[in-house]
Structure formats: C-alpha cells, structure tokens
Ligand binder design. Structure first.
Ligand SMILES: *[C@@H]1O[C@H](CO)[C@@H](O)[C@H](O)[C@H]1NC(C)=O
Ligand SMILES: *[C@@H]1O[C@H](CO)[C@@H](O)[C@H](O)[C@H]1NC(C)=O
Length: 396
C-alpha cells in the first residue's frame, strides 16, 4: 500500500543525505525566528510521531520492574500517589506522578508513556505490531554497565529486546519491512541512563581519582548501544544527560553542611560533556541520518536549585518522601514521611525528581535554548523535514 505518508517517507529516505545538509542550514537560520512562532504554530509544523521507544532507568521506567523478582527495585506506594488510580495502586513510576517518559509522550500526542514492555496486553501488542504507540523497556536501577542494577533489565538487554520486537513486528506481517523502517524513522527514541553507574564510586568501589577513565569507559559502551539502535532504524533520538547527582538528597545527607557534593557533580559534568562530544563525533562518523537532542537534566535541575522561586518551587534540598537527613537516607515507602505540597518540591525521594520538576524540565527540553537541549531542542527535532513543508525547490 503506497499511502501518501509512505511515499513521503520513502522519498525522504532517498534524499535524506542531501537533505541533512540542507536541514542543518535551515535549522541554523531559523533559530532566531523560532521565538516569534507560538507553540501552536510550531506544533502544526511537526511531523507526527507514530511511536515512542523508551530505554534506560527509573527516570523513565513505566512499570517493568513490577514484573521482575527481587532484588530489582520496585516503586511501591506512595510512589505514583498523584497518578490516576489503578486497581492495585501500582503505577510503576518512581515519582509521585507522571515521569519523564510520560511527560515527553504527552507533548507528542500520547496520554502517557507507551506501555511497559513486560506489561503488554493483546491490545497494546496489536498497536506495537502495527508500528504504533511503541513500548517502554526501561528498568529502574539499571545502568550502562551490565554490573549496575542487579536483577534489572540491563541496557544491553533492553536493546536486544528492541531487536526482538522489530523481528516480531516483521513476522506478524501487519506492516512490511519498508513501511516499518519509515515508521521507525519518524518514531521518537528516548534514553535515560548513566546515573546508576555512579553508585560505583566511593566506599570500596571506583575511587574518584579514577573517574575520568571510568567515565570514558561507560560513555564508549553507551555509544555502542546507540549505534546498535541506529542500525535497527532509530533516526530521532533524545538522550537525557545525568542530573547533578551531587545535589540529590541522598548525597546532601552525606556532606558536612548538607551542601551539594561538588566532587560528584564534577563527575556528572564530566560524563555529560564527554557524552556530547562523543555523540557529535559518532553521528558524523557512523550515524549520518541520525537526528538527536541531548536534553540537559543537569542544567535544568541546577537552574531550579539556584533559583527555586523562578521555577515556582519552595523546597529544592529535601526529598518529599523518605526519612533521615533531607529525607535522603531511606527509600520512600508507606512507613516514611510524605509531604503534602508536592508541586513545590524539586525532589520526590532520595534520588528522583517530582512530577512538577519533570514537567518544568520537559518544557525546557521542547522550547528552551541550547543550555536546555543541544544541538537542537525537542520541538526542532520533531519538525517536518524541510522538503515536505512547502517544497519551494521542487522545480529545481
Ligand atoms: C553485557 O552482557 C552481554 C551478554 O552477557 C555481553 O554480550 C556484552 O558484551 C556485555 N557488555 C559489556 C559492555 O560488557
Ligand atoms: C544479585 O542478587 C542476588 C539475589 O538477591 C544475589 O544472590 C546476588 O549475590 C547478587 N549479585 C550481586 C553481584 O550483587
């Protein structure tokens, strides 16, 4: 079936190489004009996102860990307290409400994150088999390294599961090979990982002096997985960088005066800047058709910590739920304290942001400046390829 969309995407694929250069030029020249567009006009120029495929850790896990045996961490109540109620009040979200995957999904026309891979029902599988909606492979506690997050779905396994998903879609035969590649090229791939690999530091683990080598190693591994996804058809990718880990309530609880742990923040910055550099190189070297954005949790969270009022927040040091110093010493459960004014907190628990913080962050990722997302923001990532907007050069 040659639907107009299929023809358009096939054409786009053929000229993708040439267009990339053109698109880059157009993007650069349109950045200044971008601010004059209202969000509505901007959304109208977006290409639809047929599906979202999500990978990584608890910042984006939509319930996979509920299906894993211990010692995989589980989001027990009151996690999810501000989500619409489910039968067993289990939402699988490691925050009070929607998480980063949900909120990104809400910006591209879905109600929430695509379903957790391990929770798929015959109905959600039917969407997936048509190359629609997508699925979420993320697993709380996982990292880039196989050794991070005992009992979780490692990033390696998540990428394998996506390869398996693709093979299953082809076998089901509801969409052909070419059509699927077209749909995947328009789909949004979202990854949040790396933060949990930092638990390797300190207390008998990797000494801080070896941080540069350690970081270089995990970034290299990360790029291999990204390359794998590219070979499998990913063309629109969002990477969340890692937040200022040293400012998490779990870290503040360990410093002398409850300040941020500057060493750990420094290592976070190291990871983030190496990721940007290696990603830029890898795209040129081996992923020429990849469009990507690195969304900066680090900068957005740092800005909210530096200026809470501007972000409408009151508390940026204490977690809302948990126990001990800064509520950063004990995981959030029904047995720990829980704040009421959750929209005024940056942190939900020892290590996760609140829904309110995530909403602010995602808004910045979509419409913010280079400080919030680079080399392009998510709104730009989702714009139609230049040729299909008005095709002014079609007679050339
Ligand atoms: C992770 O484990 C898989 C399967 O055991 C292995 O093939 C892969 O090389 C490992 N990755 C790294 C980075 O060690
Ligand atoms: C992983 O968890 C299992 C089950 O709790 C435990 O037996 C095993 O020792 C753990 N492995 C590591 C490397 O911590």
């Amino acid at each position: 079936m040659a639907t107009p969309a299929a023809v358009a995407s096939a054409t786009a694929a053929v000229v993708a190489g040439a267009l990339l250069v053109l698109a880059a030029a157009v993007l650069c020249s349109s950045v200044a004009g971008e601010a004059e567009l209202s969000a509505g006009e901007s959304i109208a120029r977006r290409q639809p996102v047929p599906a979202m495929y999500v990978f990584g850790d608890s910042l984006v896990d939509a319930g996979n860990n509920d299906f894993l045996p211990p010692p995989a961490p589980k989001a027990v109540p009151p996690n999810g307290v501000d989500m619409p109620r489910t039968v067993f009040w289990r939402t699988g979200r490691f925050t009070n409400g929607y998480n980063l995957a949900d909120i990104v999904a809400q910006h591209v026309g879905l109600k929430k994150s695509p379903p957790a891979y391990l929770s798929m029902t015959p109905l959600s599988r039917l969407d997936l088999l048509r190359g629609r909606v997508g699925t979420n492979y993320a697993s709380g506690g996982s990292g880039i390294l196989n050794a991070t997050g005992n009992g979780t779905i490692t990033l390696y396994e998540q990428v394998q599961l996506f390869a398996k998903t693709k093979a299953t879609i082809i076998r089901a035969g509801l969409v052909g090979h070419e059509r699927l590649d077209g749909l995947l090229a328009q789909s949004l791939f979202l990854i949040s990982t790396g933060g949990n690999d930092f638990t390797a530091f300190g207390r008998g683990g990797v000494p801080l002096s070896q941080a540069p080598e350690f970081i270089a190693g995990i970034v290299t591994d990360y790029l291999k997985y990204i390359n794998e996804l590219y070979k499998l058809g990913a063309r629109r990718l969002v990477l969340l960088d890692i937040l200022p880990v040293g400012c998490l309530p779990s870290q503040r609880a360990t410093t002398a005066n409850g300040e941020c742990n500057a060493d750990v923040n420094h290592v976070s910055e190291l990871f983030n800047s190496l990721l940007r550099a290696e990603m830029a190189k890898a795209v040129v070297a081996s992923m020429p058709a990849m469009k990507y954005s690195i969304a900066s949790l680090y900068n957005v969270f740092s800005d909210m910590i530096a200026n809470p009022t501007l972000a409408g927040l009151r508390e940026v040091k204490w977690g809302c739920c948990g126990s001990g110093k800064f509520n950063g010493e004990v995981d959030c459960t029904m047995g720990t304290s829980l704040c009421k004014d959750r929209d005024e907190y940056l942190f939900w628990d020892r290590v996760h942001g609140t829904q309110a913080a995530y909403r602010r962050a995602v808004l910045a990722f979509f419409y913010g400046t280079l400080r919030d997302a680079e080399p392009i923001n998510l709104d730009q990532l989702l714009q139609k390829p230049y040729s299909t907007v008005t095709a002014p050069y079609s007679s050339m």
